[in-house]
Design a protein around this ligand. Structure first.
Ligand code: ADP
Ligand code: MG
Ligand code: ZN
Length: 604
């Protein structure tokens, strides 16, 4: 009996203990440290790199989740140099990513090669020979998933290497492409489970920056690495400033606002991206910004490859400041010095927004992410994504993010299942709250504290009565379908309802937006040969509202009309504040890097 109890205690302790302390000492430590400095020229590891490297060297399957720029490539590039004559296979979704990496490795003196659709016949047969030849010194072989899944000859080659005992590791980069729940689904990635099936003794290292739990679970089961070690660093990007800005109703005002932001904050031509919804938007905006003296070009899928390539190159080299791009400008953008990403329109999901905005500041220095938001864009985006699978919950998530007031950073982290980190006033909300409190205290010492508390609580305005009018207007809409565009709806509602007219037009839109976010309105689509139009329609839930069983609130701040007009004004002092903040942060970073303790904080 005693022995049994002792054993069960031991087992319980064992189960609680980590499988292995990946930060601990390993026999390869010295060699790994040497390669890091001598080959890659890096002084130290970034968070989790060492742990991931230890786990994969130990032969575990690993799923590694790190934000963009976190340094995922090193996690398979370095281990590839440790073995004797073994080969690391790297599966990567994009030819440009593959080319960049192979060139980069060759520059470091590491022998790497790629077999893709671009490899010509002679080169391919030379590489094939090296793959089989243990003495050729080839360490990393890059390929696309298509190659693995569709080329029998290529797969037979891998089997041969495996039988030789030389298929040391398989890295699957951008592993979220496996999952339909991710934002870059590739059908060929879904078939990559064949690798574990055929090469059970080769450890797999899957890497991605996309962080939802659903995608992670999916990736593990598709790649057949269910028991894998799971490493996840925080998705929080402390060097990014997140800002949401009400989008001016007039296109001309918006262009002026963007041009002012760019030329005011980045007079030295620092690089940035403006994401737009459609190819036409990209062309139009690029032209208008050029008219205002901004160096920029459009980038979208309709341009031919040579033009896209040239735009990308000029921008990477700093000869072009801004790219006005659709999401075609995506994976494979490796410029680490992007100082700002502006969203002219909301993204199709929070995952997409995180990834697109995350292209800013990959060098770790402060960078700015600005999102222009207006409810009409929810409908525009809907009409673009309506054919995607699962677009509705994704886009609604984006709507809720955009419509919320509160810390942007916290909202992003919560979306990915992380506890909200401290924001340190690096989003517009937290900054406004802090700024308001300080200003209030200075203006009136007595009212200061009250104002602060006021501002921290979200002020809401009850618009239930007005909101009922929106539903009634729709339910009485002429025609069988009882649906309207946003503009039609607001026009008619204002004509018919005194409660609507008592509000500003911005407030009217805020009410409609809240009704959609709360599910009382739903989207409906009309398809013509040339376009897809999105309409609003009352949902079944709307009856609860009419029966007086539900209430609707909008943020008082958005309702004041002040937020709406703020966007029309040039940003007084914003530029100086931003520069000062950037300088202070840079100073802090340098001090931290130099290891000196800073006694005096940055000037307020
Ligand atoms: P990811 O694939 O996670 O987006 P990359 O592997 O492309 O990131 O690396 C991003 C940048 O970080 C590269 O310029 C790389 O050289 C750099 N980097 C990687 N590891 C380190 C490190 N330990 N120290 C400094 N820089 C690093
Ligand atoms: Mg990468
Ligand atoms: Zn914040």
């Amino acid at each position: 009996q005693e022995e049994r109890e002792r054993l069960s205690r031991v087992l319980a302790a064992e189960a609680r203990a980590p499988r292995r302390d990946w930060q601990g000492a390993f026999e390869w430590d010295a060699r790994v440290a040497q390669l890091l400095g001598a080959v890659f020229g890096l002084p130290s590891f970034r968070p989790l790199q060492r742990e991931v490297i230890n786990a994969t060297l130990q032969g575990r399957d690993v799923l590694c989740l790190m934000p963009s720029g976190g340094g995922k490539s090193l996690c398979y590039q370095l281990p590839a140099l440790l073995g004797g004559t073994g080969l690391t296979l790297v599966v990567s979704p994009l030819l440009s990513l593959i080319q960049d990496q192979v060139l980069g490795l060759e520059e470091l003196g590491v022998h790497a090669a790629a077999l893709t659709s671009l490899t010509d016949k002679d080169a391919a047969s030379a590489i094939s020979k090296q793959v089989e030849d243990a003495l050729a010194g080839l360490r990393l072989l890059y390929c696309t998933p298509e190659k693995v899944v569709n080329s029998k000859r290529f797969f037979a080659k891998l089997e041969k290497v495996y039988k030789q005992g030389r298929l040391e590791r398989i890295a699957i980069d951008e592993a979220h492409c496996c999952s339909q729940w991710g934002n870059d689904f590739r059908p060929d990635y879904k078939k990559l489970g064949i690798l574990k099936q055929q090469f059970p003794d080769t450890p797999i290292l899957a890497l991605t920056a996309t962080a939802t739990q659903t995608v992670c679970d999916d990736v593990q089961s598709i790649l057949r690495i269910d028991g894998c070690e799971f490493f996840r660093s925080s998705i929080n990007r402390p060097n990014l400033f997140y800002e949401m800005k009400p989008k001016p109703a007039s296109g001309a005002d918006l262009v002026k606002d963007i041009a002012g932001f760019v030329s005011g904050n980045y007079p030295d031509g620092e690089s940035g991206i403006v994401y737009v919804l459609t190819r036409k938007d990209a062309e139009t905006l690029a032209e208008e910004l050029r008219g205002l003296g901004i160096s920029c070009a459009a980038y979208h899928a309709d341009l031919d490859a040579a033009v896209r390539e040239s735009v990308h190159r000029r921008w990477s080299q700093g000869r072009l400041q801004v790219i006005c791009a659709t999401i075609a400008f995506g994976m494979g953008i490796n410029n680490p010095h992007v100082r700002f990403v502006v969203h002219h329109t909301i993204s199709k999901s929070i995952d997409n927004y995180y990834q697109e905005s995350g292209r800013a500041g990959r060098d770790g220095l402060p960078a700015h992410c600005r999102l222009y938001w207006r409810f009409g864009d929810y409908m525009r985006q809907a009409s673009v994504v309506v054919m995607d699978s699962n677009w509705e919950p994704h886009l609604r998530g984006m709507l809720q993010y955009a419509a919320a007031s509160g810390c942007r950073r916290a909202a992003l982290c919560r979306h990915f299942g992380e506890a909200p980190p401290p924001c340190h006033q690096t989003c517009d909300c937290c900054k406004r709250v802090a700024g308001g409190a300080a200003g209030g205290a200075a203006a009136a010492a007595a009212g200061g504290r009250q104002q602060q508390q006021h501002q921290q609580q979200q002020q809401l305005k009850d618009v239930t009565e007005a909101a009922k009018g929106v539903v009634q207007t729709l339910q009485a809409w002429p025609g069988a379908e009882k649906r309207a565009t946003l503009i039609q709806l607001v026009d008619k509602w204002r004509k018919e309802s005194a409660a609507a007219k008592a509000l500003s037009r911005d407030e009217n839109e805020a009410v409609v937006q809240q009704l959609a976010a709360d599910g009382y309105l739903k989207l409906d689509f009309g398809f013509s040969a040339y376009a897809t139009n999105a309409y609003l329609k009352a949902s079944a839930q709307a009856s609860l509202l009419l029966q007086g069983k539900r209430q609707v609130f909008i943020p008082a701040q958005a309702a004041g009309g002040s937020a709406g007009s703020e966007a029309h004004k040039p940003e007084e002092g914003a530029v100086e504040r931003f520069k000062a903040q950037q300088q202070a942060q840079r100073g802090q970073q340098q001090q931290q890097a130099a290891g000196t303790a800073s006694g005096a904080g940055p000037a307020p």
